[in-house]
Design a protein around this ligand. Structure first.
Ligand code: NAD
Length: 497
């Protein structure tokens, strides 16, 4: 019998009373790593109640003290980053180097949360009327909740709870049920960093547990990352229950390749961004749009992709790992079959991929389609696998038109040596995150993760200044004083108390 993964409520790791469990498996072997009990309704209520009780005290902890917790946390995360990455690799199948990147990009958000006092600063205007001053504060909301997807089990939880908690909120995290061990490890380190009991709770589960959070009267804000249909459900249900919601969703990211681009850079960047993490990134490039004679490079791109060998996380030669579950693999194979039926040219077919020594892994080989059209299902849907579609257009205007007509707006990129083309692209493109000779333009945490259109529901985005706005209220004070207050005794030190 595999071990059961605990919940974390009120500062304690506890075994759930639930008998409903899901085996969490190694996607390269199907070995069961842990059994995951899904939290009961009573446990969810206890988690929210614990967060609610703790909020009263936590909001009073001075902001620099909250920042110091984040400083200790980022230090511990850095010390343990390789251990976290090893565990993450086992449960997701990501190569070790890619898992290290997942952890690192989360640590960067914690580093940013260390600066919370500056981020929470309000505004002041003196003399808005005779002897009257106005100023604003940002104050925490209360209990916030985060619901995260499988594909970044370190980075995405770290987009959420460190910022929310640094702002003075308390938090309930519901990680993906596919890879919940990494979030539990992040929680252990948060405890080791000195997080007070009740500031963070972790409950495990799936739809039922998410719905309990979305409808819970004591939760003020919900951060969600996942697929489009679930993001829409979360946004609708959460807002119907009068919560603040930010829901980051799925994508179909295009890279425009201009004929004046550096060919070798295009090939390396395109292949890496289409197939890295087995295509399981919301910012993966899944469509390349070749302008004019750049289309002549497609066969070389196919050849470069054909050299990629998927394999287990701890094997040096593995270019990428397996898909997260057998169901995810089946879904991708369904798309590859549909693409062929719909008449696209499958120049590289990864449907029959095998890896020596790992007969049970969820492998999909690199796959490339050309001759695609925008009404095909492989173009309209997010495939979330190592599958690249190649489209051709006669001009940059046509490429921009194609991308703007696609409903998703998470990320896009242009490869060119022309400043004029790049400037036109960045200005006219209807997508929230743009790379210029950068294939996966995920912003660093002093900016925000600004997906648009069907890739995002809400208004304030994840991390950066926008996340601080999301997790706080603004209070504006208009003040008039009639008398001078009497002076206190002298303070002989430089320290404020
Ligand atoms: P998912 O939507 O299946 O699951 C996300 C979360 O929602 C999980 O915690 C899951 O337990 C929960 N959930 C699943 N079905 C639910 C339902 N019917 N009702 C309520 N909750 C439900 O997504 P996933 O497969 O874990 O992750 C991949 C998706 O996430 C892709 O679409 C990817 O593009 C997207 N993603 C987006 C971003 C972004 O920032 N825009 C980042 C990473 C991943």
């Amino acid at each position: 019998m595999a071990e059961r993964l605990p919940l974390f409520i009120g500062g304690e790791f506890i075994d759930s009373e639930s008998n409903e469990t899901l085996p969490v498996t190694d996607p390269a072997t199907q070995e069961v790593l842990v059994d995951l009990p899904f939290a009961t309704p009573q446990e969810i209520d206890r988690a929210v109640a614990s967060a609610q009780e703790t909020f009263a005290a936590w909001r009073e902890v001075p902001t620099p003290e909250r920042a110091r917790l984040m400083l200790r946390y980022q230090d511990l995360l850095k010390k343990h980053q390789d251990d976290i990455a090893r565990g993450l690799s086992r449960e997701t199948g990501k190569t070790f180097a890619d898992a290290q990147g997942d952890v690192w990009r989360g640590i960067e958000v914690v580093e940013h949360a260390c600066n919370i006092a500056s981020l929470m600063m309000g505004e002041t205007v003196e003399n808005v009327a005779g002897r009257i001053d106005s100023y604003s504060y940002t104050q925490p909301l209360g209990v916030c909740a985060g619901i995260t997807p499988f594909n970044f089990p370190a980075m995405i939880p770290l987009w959420m709870f460190p910022i929310a908690i640094a702002c003075g909120n308390t938090f309930v995290l519901k990680p993906s049920e596919q890879d919940p061990m990494t979030p539990n490890r992040l929680t252990e380190l948060f405890v080791d960093a000195g997080a007070p009991d009740g500031v963070l709770q972790v409950i495990h589960g799936g739809k039922e547990q998410v719905d309990a959070l979305l409808t819970h009267p004591d939760i003020r804000a919900i951060s969600f990352v996942g697929s489009v249909p679930v993001a829409q459900h979360v946004y609708r249900t959460g807002t119907q229950h009068l919560k603040r919601v930010q829901a980051m969703a799925g994508a179909k990211n295009h890279m425009v390749v201009m004929p004046d681009a550096n060919k070798d850079q295009v090939i390396n960047n395109l292949v890496g961004s289409a197939c890295g993490a087995a295509g399981q990134r919301c910012m993966a490039i899944s469509v390349a749009v070749f302008v004019g004679e750049a289309a002549e490079w497609i066969p070389e791109i196919r050849d470069a992709m054909a050299k990629l060998e998927p394999g287990p996380w701890d094997q040096e030669s593995s270019a990428y790992g397996p898909q997260i579950t057998p169901q995810a693999r089946e879904r991708i194979l369904g798309f590859i079959a549909a693409g062929k039926e719909e008449g696209a040219d499958c120049m590289l077919d990864g449907s029959d991929c095998t890896v020596d020594g790992y007969p049970d892994g969820n492998w999909v080989g690199p796959t490339l389609f050309s001759n695609i059209s925008t009404d095909m299902s492989i173009y309209k849907e997010e495939i979330f696998g190592p599958v690249l579609l190649c489209a051709e257009t006669g001009s940059l205007d046509d490429a921009i038109g194609m991308i703007n007509a696609n409903p998703y707006g998470n990320g896009t990129s242009i490869f060119t040596s022309s400043g004029g083309a790049a400037r036109k692209f960045q200005h006219e493109i209807d997508v929230g995150q743009v790379g210029i000779n950068i294939p996966i333009p995920v912003p660093l945490p002093f900016f925000s993760f600004t997906g648009w259109r069907r890739s995002f529901f809400g208004d304030q985005h994840a991390y950066g200044k926008q996340a601080v706005k999301f997790y706080t209220e603004t209070k504006t004070v208009t003040a008039r004083w009639f008398d001078e207050a009497p002076a206190g005794g002298p303070n002989m030190t430089i320290r404020l108390s």
